[in-house]
Write a protein that binds this ligand. Structure first.
Ligand SMILES: CC(C)(COP(=O)(O)OP(=O)(O)OC[C@H]1O[C@@H](n2cnc3c(N)ncnc32)[C@H](O)[C@@H]1OP(=O)(O)O)[C@@H](O)C(=O)NCCC(=O)NCCS
Length: 144
């Protein structure tokens, strides 16, 4: 678990260069990436974790999520996603193979989703083929 308070912020130029390299190294989905879509956890300029929110006309998607290999399993991935959910203005979709990670954060499996998410899932299945199937999960923003 993470013991000290950590800052989550938009990457500066040097941090964004690391994000680009890590996205490449981890073979993550990289279409139309822009620095302002991302949030990072960094330690003295070293990016430890990153994630992005992508806006479509009909949906918001959380994706391009990664934690550096030596720090996985310590809560950084959950922390950065929770931060993005805390600031979310509406419902969030994720296209994923990781049920437990996303379910822990309040996402539920859905079989109906906006057209942009459907197209994105088809693109992932074509270009980011892995053995496990992709599915869509949704996090619903609660009205307070
Ligand atoms: C997926 C990823 C971002 C998770 O980040 P993390 O910091 O390691 O995850 P956390 O420590 O917050 O884990 C939270 C929970 O998810 C589970 N989990 C995390 N990664 C998992 C994985 N690859 N497979 C199955 N479960 C996983 C953990 O077991 C943990 O559950 P627990 O607390 O009940 O044991 C990280 O493993 C990673 O960068 N993977 C490679 C890139 C990737 O797959 N990105 C997601 C696709 S966009």
């Amino acid at each position: 678990m993470i013991e000290t308070e950590i800052a989550i912020k938009q990457p500066d130029e040097k941090e964004y260069e690391q994000v680009l390299q890590l996205v490449k190294d981890f073979w993550l989905e990289n279409s139309n990436m822009k620095p302002e879509q991302f949030r990072v956890i960094s330690d003295n300029g070293r990016v430890l974790a990153f994630a992005r929110m992508k806006e479509y006309v009909d949906a918001t998607e959380l994706g391009t999520l990664g934690v550096v290999k030596d720090l996985r399993g310590k809560g950084y991935g959950s922390k950065i996603v929770q931060h993005l959910l805390d600031g979310a203005k509406g419902d969030i979709y994720v296209i994923t193979t990781l049920f437990k990670f996303n379910a822990n954060l309040g996402f539920v499996l859905v079989d109906k989703y906006p057209e942009s998410i459907k197209q994105k899932m088809e693109m992932c299945a074509r270009h980011y083929h892995i053995d496990e199937p992709y599915f869509v999960m949704k996090w619903e923003k609660k009205d307070i």
